[in-house]
Design a protein around this ligand. Structure first.
Ligand SMILES: [Zn+2]
Length: 209
């Protein structure tokens, strides 16, 4: 398969944003997305825009330091996107959402920061591995990038405490699927809360990996 062009990657990003918006996983101007370009730069969603109505020509292009090269002013969360690309080179696209169930889950106290969701179904394990929780930070804080740099190696699914989710994928479609898997996994937790759950055992998980 030949490498996608910048135009195709911009179109993939806008298409994924529209799907997230139509499925109710982002509302207003919340959340942001990015995709890695083959030349080492990144396409990022502009600040204050709706992910459902992205204009591909206005998307922000930034270099590996987050400096704007073209397009509108990027989201203030550019630093944590770049931090995740750096610490996990298998990640080529990133989605950050304030989707309801993931954000509700990210507000729970006492989560295991290195394995926040005990798996009930195989799909979370196969798609995302362990879900990592980073400490509460003010949105836009440079500390979020530091947190992801510290715990991101080998991981692609994160809950930012009291804020939302960050997921990576090997391309935008993979990131889109991963974001939906994390949201559904958090939803299952709330749907089954108070019920007697059979969680996957260590042997079940080993068999999957
Ligand atoms: Zn956010």
């Amino acid at each position: 398969m030949s490498e996608k062009t910048e135009q195709e990657l911009r179109e993939d990003l806008a298409r994924a944003g529209k799907i997230l918006f139509e499925r109710g996983l982002t509302n207003g101007a919340a959340g942001n997305m990015s995709v890695a370009l083959p030349d080492g730069n990144f396409i990022v969603t502009p600040t204050g825009c709706s992910l459902g109505h992205l204009n591909i020509d206005e998307l922000s292009k930034v270099d590996a330091n987050g400096t704007l090269l073209s397009g509108k002013k990027p989201t203030k969360e550019v630093p944590f996107h770049i931090a995740l690309y750096k610490v996990n080179p298998s990640v080529k696209a990133i989605i950050h959402l304030h989707s309801s169930y993931s954000t509700a889950y990210a507000c729970l106290d006492g989560l295991d920061p290195m394995n926040a969701i005990k798996p009930m179904t195989p799909y979370l394990v196969m798609r995302l591995g362990k879900v990592i929780v980073t400490p509460y930070r003010k949105p836009g804080s440079a500390l979020i990038a530091d947190d992801i740099s510290k715990v991101g190696a080998g991981n692609k699914a994160f809950l930012l405490a009291n804020h939302g989710m960050v997921v990576g994928g090997k391309d935008m479609n993979d990131a889109l699927n991963n974001a939906q898997e994390l949201e559904e996994s958090c939803k299952l937790y709330f749907l089954t809360k108070g019920s007697n759950i059979r969680y996957l055992t260590d042997a079940d998980i080993k068999e999957l990996l």
